[in-house]
Design a protein around this ligand. Structure first.
Ligand code: TAP
Length: 417
C-alpha cells in the first residue's frame, strides 16, 4: 500500500508541474535566460516526463536470488534486497535548473530516500516553486528539502555532513573533485558526479549534409551553448569542410537574438555576467593562439548578457580552445583527412558521428571514450536512457533504470534452512 501511495503522490506531482508548466517556463526563462519556447518544451517538459517515468519505478525496485555453493547439494538461499540509503544531498548547476533537479530528485525519491537539494545561487527560483508543488502534491513534510545558498557554504556543508549518506552532484570537474574529497573524509558518502565535457562531433563526407549542418548547429548553440553535452569540438572531413562552415555561418546570420520571453527569439542571453566575461576571454585566447575566428567572438551590442554565436576554424589540438570547455555558443572546428583525435581529451561525456555508412558509424562508436554516442543525431536524451560520463566527466548515471542504483544500497541475505 505504501508503494502505491508513493506512485500516486509522484504522479500527482507530475500533473501539478504540467498544470503549472507555463508559469514554470516563464520563471525559468527569466532566471536562466533560456528562450521561453525551449524552457517550456525541454526545461519543464522533460522535468514533467522525468517524474512520470520514475513514478512507474516506485513499486518495481527488486533484488534477485543467487545460487551459491553449487558444487554440492546444499540448503542455502541467497538473495539481494535493494534498500534506500536515507538522507541524500543533491547539488546542481544553473544551466537547466529544473531539469537537473528533476533528473536526480526523481530517482532519489523513487528509491525511497529523502532529499536536501541545493540549487545554484544564480538560479534558485524554479526549485523554490517546485518545493511549493511538492507540498500541494502532499509529499510528507521533510521528504523534499530545498536549501538555496552558496556552494562554498551550503554545498560544502552537505558534502561534510555526517548524516548525509549520499551526494549526487552535477557541475564542473574542479568542484566535483573537491566534493569527492570532502565526501570521503567526512563519512565515505556514496557519490555520483556528472561533470564537464568537451564532446567530439565527427562529420564524415558521406553524411547527409543538410542534417549534419542542422544538428551541428544544435549540438553547439542549443540553450545558448550552456549544455553539458554541447559538442566542444567538431571534426569535419576535409572535402566538406568549407561548405559546412559556409552553411553554418549563413544559418547563424538568420538567428534572432533577443528577449528570451519573445516567442520568436532563437538565442537568449547567457546565464550571468561572470559567465559572459569568461566567454569573451575564451575567444580572446583563441584569437591570440591564431585559431581562425570566422564569425562572432564578442558580446552583442545591446543591454544584457548576450554573446554572439561564434565559429572558429583551423583549431589545433594544443590550443586552449581545443582543450577547455567553453559552456557557451562557440563552435570549434578542426579539419581531418585521416586519423581521428576525438579521444584526445580528459573528458568523456558525449560524442557524435555523422555518416551514411552504418558499419563505419558503429566502428567509431565502439572506439569513442564517452558515456553517450549519438549517430546521425545529437542532443537526443530521453528519460528512459541512462546518461553520464567517462573519464573526468565523472561517474554514475542519471535517468533510466540505472539512475535508481545511484540512490540504493544492495543487501545480500543468506539463509541455511
Ligand atoms: P560549478 O561551479 O561546479 O557549480 C555547480 C554547483 O556546485 C553549484 O550549485 C555551486 O554552488 C556548487 N558548489 C560550488 N562550490 C562547492 C563546494 N565547495 N561544495 C559543494 N558545492 C559547491 O559548476 P557551474 O559553473 O555551476 O556549472 C557549469 C559546469 O557544470 C560545466 O562544467 C558543465 O559541463 C557542468 N555540467 C555538467 C552536466 C552533466 S549532466 N555532466 C550538466 C550540466 C552542467 P554556487 O551556487 O555557489 O555556484
Amino acid at each position: 500500500l505504501f508503494l502505491i501511495v508513493c506512485m500516486f503522490v509522484f504522479s500527482r506531482l507530475a500533473d501539478l508541474m504540467e498544470q503549472h508548466q507555463e508559469e514554470l517556463a516563464t520563471i525559468e526563462s527569466i532566471d536562466s535566460g533560456a528562450v521561453y519556447t525551449l524552457a517550456l518544451k525541454t526545461h519543464i517538459g522533460m522535468s514533467v516526463q522525468t517524474f512520470r517515468y520514475f513514478a512507474g519505478w516506485c513499486d518495481k525496485i527488486q533484488g534477485c536470488t543467487i545460487p551459491i555453493n553449487q558444487a554440492r547439494p546444499n540448503r542455502n538461499l541467497t538473495f539481494t534486497k535493494k534498500e534506500p540509503i536515507g538522507v541524500c544531498a543533491i547539488v546542481i548547476p544553473w544551466n537547466y535548473p529544473l531539469m537537473m533537479l528533476a533528473w536526480k530528485t526523481a530517482a532519489c525519491l523513487a528509491a525511497g530516500n529523502t532529499v536536501v537539494l541545493k540549487p545554484a545561487q544564480v538560479t534558485p527560483l524554479t526549485a523554490l516553486k517546485f518545493a511549493e508543488l511538492t507540498a500541494l502534491a502532499k509529499f510528507p513534510k521533510g521528504v523534499v528539502n530545498i536549501l538555496p545558498g552558496s556552494g562554498s557554504l551550503v554545498g560544502q556543508r552537505l558534502s561534510d555532513h555526517p548524516d548525509v549518506r549520499k551526494l549526487g552532484f552535477t557541475g564542473s570537474t574542479e568542484i566535483g573533485k573537491q566534493i569527492m574529497k570532502s565526501c570521503a573524509v567526512s563519512n565515505v558518502k556514496k557519490v555520483s558526479l556528472e561533470l564537464g565535457g568537451k564532446s567530439p562531433l565527427i562529420i564524415f563526407n558521406d553524411c547527409d549534409l543538410d542534417k549534419a549542418v542542422r544538428m551541428g548547429m544544435s549540438s553547439v548553440f542549443f540553450n545558448k551553448g550552456e549544455n553539458c553535452i554541447a559538442a566542444g569540438r567538431l571534426f569535419i572531413e576535409e572535402s566538406i569542410h568549407d561548405t559546412f562552415v559556409e552553411r553554418v555561418v549563413n544559418e547563424i546570420k538568420k538567428m534572432k537574438i533577443g528577449d528570451p520571453l519573445d516567442r520568436s527569439t532563437d538565442h537568449g542571453p547567457q546565464n550571468h555576467k561572470a559567465h559572459l566575461d569568461k566567454l569573451v576571454e575564451y575567444c580572446e585566447k583563441g584569437v591570440k593562439e591564431r585559431a581562425n575566428l570566422v564569425f562572432g567572438g564578442k558580446q552583442v551590442n545591446r543591454p544584457g548578457f548576450f554573446f554572439e554565436p561564434t565559429v572558429f576554424t583551423d583549431v589545433q589540438d594544443h590550443m586552449y580552445i581545443a582543450i577547455e570547455e567553453s559552456f557557451g555558443p562557440i563552435m570549434i572546428i578542426s579539419k581531418f583527412s585521416n586519423g581521428l583525435r576525438a579521444n584526445a581529451t580528459e573528458y568523456g561525456l558525449a560524442s557524435g558521428v555523422f555518416t551514411r555508412d552504418i558499419s563505419k558509424a558503429l566502428y567509431v562508436s565502439e572506439k569513442l571514450q564517452a558515456g553517450t554516442v549519438f549517430i546521425n543525431t545529437y542532443n537526443k536524451t530521453d528519460v528512459a536512457a541512462p546518461f553520464g560520463g567517462f573519464k573526468q566527466s565523472g561517474f554514475g548515471k542519471d535517468l533510466g533504470q540505472e539512475a535508481l542504483n545511484e540512490y540504493l544500497k544492495i543487501k545480500c541475505v543468506t539463509v541455511e534452512y
